[in-house]
Design a protein around this ligand. Structure first.
Ligand code: FAD
Length: 399
């Protein structure tokens, strides 16, 4: 085949939330940004996420307002502005599953934690929910615990992906996963990337937002730093066996005495309209490597323990194993903010949280501006098909 040469201002590799958000922002500013995806849009961590736009309350459970809590604190308002059509990107077509994530404990919280929640620092982010305003599940007379409402919406991520992919659809291309990627470099500057045998793409900047795939891209560039870490999760999914006895839709963290939620539950409708509970938190961290029979037994016992007043219907279970990909930390802990590091004109980026995608885009744009990026027009067309949007987990995870 004849070699195809193509040029863009910026090539972004990986169409998860980070690549998509940045792709929108750069194209809006008049840059020609091309987004390459070698599976389907959102297929990795992004479509595995629970869609909670964290504002940091969950990270403050140890009673300390850390750097992470402060950095993430602005994110719900940034996303809300986008949902209202007044933000960085247009999310007016996205479905909001819940305006607030809730947080409950089955008993009254320890006085230390209660005074922390009531503190000025968190007062604007979480409030106790009045008895009359509680969702049905928490109206039960036997529920004697505390219920707080967090300033954190929960979004339907497939609909977010459709919104982000729509404006510059023709610039989101599928690159077959078995095509090797090689780079033409001059000194510290990458001039172009070669895809397979036939396609060469020249650009002023290359941004790696490939999640777990960034590790292999760094190797292909012979870069040993920044290094990546994987933190695995085995998420549990369940739905009622009898559709006539559906699970209630809830969006809530269950608190114990520790500094992390015992379980984080979000609810999603599958293609038949059945409510699926998607369960993360400590349960998912502690379930890695366990067979499904053990996971479902333990998860069911946990649900009975954290909501003893609720009689669970008979449930069908499955699980989803996925790695979180992040810059390497000394103790496998969660990094504080979106991460962006530049090696010449190659920018390596991990948001570390879906909610931090706006922060990641700000940081990359600041780097490109510092390096004096210029907007050009190009008329060449690449002979690659458009990348498809991945299917939602609630439809694909159950056998
Ligand atoms: C189970 C789970 C639940 C979560 N829940 C939440 C939550 O509720 N709220 C929150 O804020 N965060 C949450 N997170 C974290 C959040 O999902 C991630 O931080 C975020 O989605 C990462 O986005 P990304 O775009 O960097 O990566 P990804 O979504 O992993 O996207 C990377 C993309 O790059 C593509 N790719 C890889 N290699 C290549 C290559 N060589 N060429 C082209 N394309 C390539 C992949 O196919 C993929 O589409 C959760 C994470 C997990 C795992």
């Amino acid at each position: 085949m004849v070699q195809q040469n193509y040029s863009a201002d910026v090539v972004i590799i990986g169409a998860g939330i980070a690549g998509l958000w940045l792709h929108n922002r750069l194209n809006q500013r008049g840059f020609h940004a091309l987004l390459l995806e070698n599976q389907s849009i959102g297929n990795a961590q992004t479509l595995s996420s629970q869609g909670i736009i964290h504002g940091g309350a969950k990270y403050a459970l140890n009673g300390i307002l850390s750097k992470a809590t402060q950095a993430i604190g602005d994110m719900p308002a940034r996303w809300q502005a986008c949902l209202a059509g007044q933000g960085d990107v247009d999310l007016t077509g996205a479905n909001v599953l819940a305006d607030h994530q809730l947080m409950w404990s089955k008993d009254q919280l320890s006085s230390k934690m209660l005074s922390f929640f009531a503190s000025k620092a968190l007062a604007s982010r979480m409030q106790p929910v009045a008895k009359t305003a509680r969702p049905n599940l928490f109206q039960h007379p036997d529920f004697k615990g505390a219920l707080y409402q967090l300033d954190e919406p929960v979004l339907d991520i497939p609909s977010v992906l459709h919104c982000l992919a729509k404006p510059y659809r023709e610039r989101i291309l599928h690159t077959p996963a078995d095509w090797p990627v090689t780079w033409q470099q001059q000194g510290n500057t990458v001039q172009s990337m070669q895809l397979g045998d036939d396609i060469s793409i020249h650009a002023q900047h290359f941004v790696l937002t490939a999640g777990e795939g960034t590790e292999a891209l760094l190797q292909s560039l012979h870069l040993t730093k920044p290094a990546m870490q994987r933190r695995p999760l085995q998420m549990a999914l369940c739905k009622a066996k009898d559709p006539a006895q559906p699970l209630p839709a809830i969006y809530a963290h269950s608190l114990g005495s520790g500094s992390k939620p015992i379980a984080t539950i979000t609810s999603h409708a599958d293609h038949e309209g059945n409510i699926v509970w998607y369960i993360g938190g400590n349960l998912a961290e502690n379930s890695v490597g366990k067979p499904l029979t053990q996971l479902s037994r333990e998860a069911e016992a946990l649900l009975a323990d954290i909501m003893p007043w609720y009689r669970l219907p008979e449930l069908q279970w499955t699980s989803h194993t996925v790695n979180r990909a992040e810059p390497k930390q000394s103790n496998l802990s969660r990094p504080d903010t979106a991460f962006v590091e530049s090696r010449g004109n190659v920018h390596i980026a991990w948001p570390t949280k879906l909610a931090l995608a706006p922060d990641l885009a700000d940081r990359v744009i600041a780097q490109l501006t510092k390096q004096n990026i210029q907007a050009h027009t190009y008329d060449s067309k690449l002979n690659l098909s458009l990348a498809n949007i991945g299917d939602s987990l609630w439809n694909s995870a159950f056998p």
